[in-house]
Design a protein around this ligand. Structure first.
Ligand SMILES: [Zn+2]
Ligand SMILES: [Zn+2]
Length: 259
């Protein structure tokens, strides 16, 4: 019974992950050109991230609240995911750093944007694209009694992982391994940053889930999170590894400059 409850809440969590995609930096008063290129809508920089036409390297600024650092395994899996799908001949670098707790959990996406604006130091340069990844010490304000949000991709080069919530859903009996859950949520959110599914990277085939927009309708795919069918997620939880992108999502990325 506990497992069923977990599966349902996990599904709802991920389904809720892009609810803030449409809103952008209305609260941001920094209009500097250096930063505004990194403050656009989710999915709009997919080609810049996937191809080497403009940016030949990528810098991931990974910032976590003290005590909520993701596992090194999940970071390694994230880099492997990026290397498999993007062309960055001059490399992908991850710089990790801890900050003190912002102290206002649960976090609205507006607050998450403000934390980024106060702490982000890496922005695009002439040939390097920068990404901001924040691991929060609290829950999303969008959690409901029927589900929790584990992560949100909320700008073109920014996503948040609700690491404290992930701690509550991993590493106990009948729960997934923490690094597997982290890998799943990180790569799923970055899939949205890469424009999946139909979120800035054009569909090459008809595989967007009509009932869960911006997600894939292939049940084995990383970008599939329909709450109607739990089999794929049950397999994920018991199988011990994060789901991968299916061929249709990979074809979309390849048509938009990716590998
Ligand atoms: Zn999603
Ligand atoms: Zn897919």
């Amino acid at each position: 019974m506990k497992k069923i409850v977990f599966v349902i809440s996990f599904l709802v969590a991920i389904v809720a992950c892009t609810t803030d995609d449409a809103s952008i930096n209305s609260s941001n008063n920094n209009t500097n050109n250096n930063t505004s290129a990194n403050q656009q809508t989710t999915g709009s920089s997919a080609n810049d991230l996937l191809s080497d036409a403009t940016y030949t390297s990528m810098l991931i600024e990974l910032v976590y609240v003290e005590g909520f650092e993701p596992t090194q395994t999940a970071i390694n899996n994230f880099v492997a995911f990026l290397e498999a799908r993007t062309f960055k001949p001059n490399g992908i670098t991850v710089e990790t750093r801890a900050i003190a707790s912002p102290g206002n959990s649960p976090y609205t996406t507006t607050e998450i944007r403000a934390i980024e604006d106060a702490n982000r130091t890496a922005y695009n340069t002439e040939n390097q694209i920068a990404v901001w990844a924040f691991f929060a010490d609290g829950a999303s304000a969008n959690n409901t009694s029927s589900g929790v949000v584990l992560g949100t991709a909320y700008r073109n080069t920014s996503f948040v992982i609700y690491e404290e919530t992930i701690h509550g859903y991993s590493d106990s009996a009948l729960e997934p391994n923490r690094s597997v859950l982290e890998t799943t949520v990180i790569t799923h959110e970055f899939g949205h940053v890469l424009g999946l599914t139909n979120l800035g990277t054009d569909l090459q085939s008809d595989h967007e889930d009509a009932t869960h927009p911006k997600h894939c309708n292939e049940e084995d795919c990383l970008m599939y999170w329909s709450a109607e069918t739990g089999d794929g997620i049950a397999n994920l939880i018991s199988g011990g590894s994060a789901p991968q992108l299916d061929a249709q999502c990979i074809a979309d990325l390849q048509a938009n400059g990716g590998k």
